[in-house]
Structures are given as C-alpha cells and as structure tokens.
Design a protein around this ligand. Sequence first.
Ligand code: NAD
Length: 304
Amino acid sequence: MAVIGWIGLGHMGGPMTANLVKAGHSVRGFDLNTDALDAAVAVGVTRTTSIAEAVAGADVVFTMLPKGEHARAVYFGDEGVLAHADTSTLLVDSSTIDIESAQALHDAAAAAGFRFVDAPVSGGITGAEAGTLTFMIGGEADAVTTATAYIQPMAANIIPTGGATTGQAAKICNNLMLFINLAATSEGAVLAERLGLDKRVFWNIASVSSGDSWALRTWYPIAGVVPSAAVNRDFTPTFTAELAHKDMGLAVAAAAATDTPLEIGKHVQQLFQRLIDQGQGGKDCSMIVKLVDGTLARSGTELE
Ligand code: NAD
C-alpha cells in the first residue's frame, strides 16, 4: 500500500482521504485549519505539522486547496512541496484553479524534475464521501497512468483530458454549466411553488423530464425534497458561495482569453457576488434561491 501526502483537508479533502485510508493507504495530512486536521485524524489520517513532514517519503502528494493562490503558496517557496518532496514523488493537484496557476505548477514541477498532473474533481461532498468522484486529469501520459492507480478509491470515473492544464479546462467548463443549472433550478423551483405545485410532485416531474440536472438531483434548493441539499441544514455549505463565485470567475477569465461571450455565466457570477455582498459568502452556493424568493435583497451589484 502507498504512502500518500495530502495537503488541504477541507470539505473535499477530508472525505477523500477517508476513502484512501479505507483502501489501506497510509495518508499523512496537513492543513492550516486545526479543526479540519482533527476531523481527518479521526478517520485515520496521520497528523503532520508542516508540508515538509506531509511529503516526506510519500509515493504521491495530493493538494486539495481553495484557489490558485493557495496552490502556488503550497507548491512554491522555502516551505513548499517542491522544496521538500523527493523528485520520485508524483504530484497531483486536485484543487479547482485558474489555468495560468495550473500551468505555473506544471512548469515549476517539471523544472524541478517532478512528474505533475492537474486532476480536479466533480461530484461534490456526496461524491467525495461515496468515493464516486469524477477526476479529469491533464499531464504527461505516464504520470496520468500512475496517478490513476492512486485515485481509484476516490473515484467512479477517471478521465484523461490530454496535456498540461486540460483537466482544469474541463473542470472550469463543467462548473460553468453546473452553476448556470443551479441558477435555473432555483428559479424553476420557486416559480413552481408560487404556481401552486407540490414541491415533491414538481421535483419528481423535472427529475425525469428535460429540466433534469445534477444540481436538481443533488442540491435542489427547496427544503424537504432532496436529503443532500444544503437548504435542509440552513445552507451549511457543501460548496460555498465564495468558491462558486471563484469558479465562475475562472470561466469568465478563460472566456475573455478565448474571445467567448459568456452572457449567462457572467450574470450567474454576479448572483454569487450578491450573496458575498450580503455577508453570505461562507454559506452554501444554493442560497442563490434566496435571491429568487426575495428573502435576500436583489439589489446590490448591478447585473449587466
Ligand atoms: P475548503 O475550503 O473546505 O478546504 C480547503 C482546505 O485547504 C481548508 O481546510 C484550508 O484550511 C486548507 N488550506 C488553505 N491553504 C492552505 C495551506 N497553505 N496549507 C495547508 N492547508 C491549506 O474547500 P473544498 O470545498 O474542500 O474545496 C477544495 C477545492 O476543491 C476547491 O478548489 C474547490 O473549488 C474544489 N471542489 C470543491 C467541491 C465541493 O463540493 N466543495 C467539489 C469539487 C471541487
């Protein structure tokens, strides 16, 4: 069984490492947040107190961090992964980050003699807990093949996407579609209630009709319909509005770089901005339903 270093034990990293432990791997975890580290230790992860300690002697090191700036901070610098890991260690970044940061990690890792892949995931906390995530992996073919073996206990689907940063490209486009679907689901759900439809009857119809989506089946934002939805727990986050805003920003930036109009995408990003403006950035992203039902103010950041 492998020795796995893991940096970033939050909503996703926590349950993902639990599945690696269950598969018999020795996982050495590090997180700046003591609560996150304690929770991981409770499911069998070995506590470390630095990046250097987490990566020492590891066959593979995973990072699962919020944004590109965090990934750069963890990889670069005197205390970082590249300074402390052995070059025989495979490096896997599963955070969702901007393409520029992903390219910077690929370049710096290659220059230092490491094999590196960008391997973001889809499937949310429910997928992380169940070990049914979809991984999309960009990088050199042999590194992708090696990474696949380690990823297996966490995944239902492992899909090579091509060269460096193509995993992030796939993830960014996927999440653009996810959050537009979430916004559409929020509008449809509130309108259905106001037209007198029973919430479960309408959900039963939409989930087997053309209104179906992963957002509808997993994050339906009306209480008492889908157990995994954050609305049932006062929007305690499975995916924060802050991170959703970040992901939409990644899509908007990638679109600007490729001269692609994202009229709906930009609009949905501004809905998440409104949550942030109203102090709700740490709540679940499905809270945009509150902008539809009027509980939260619709004014604020002007929509284009
Ligand atoms: P999170 O904020 O819950 O977890 C990130 C963890 O990284 C935190 O515990 C934080 O303390 C830690 N961290 C930050 N900087 C660090 C550093 N320098 N050293 C050590 N630890 C550090 O975020 P999450 O929801 O687990 O998401 C992680 C990534 O996965 C994000 O890029 C997100 O977009 C992506 N993602 C999330 C979901 C989801 O449903 N939550 C689904 C798919 C992908």
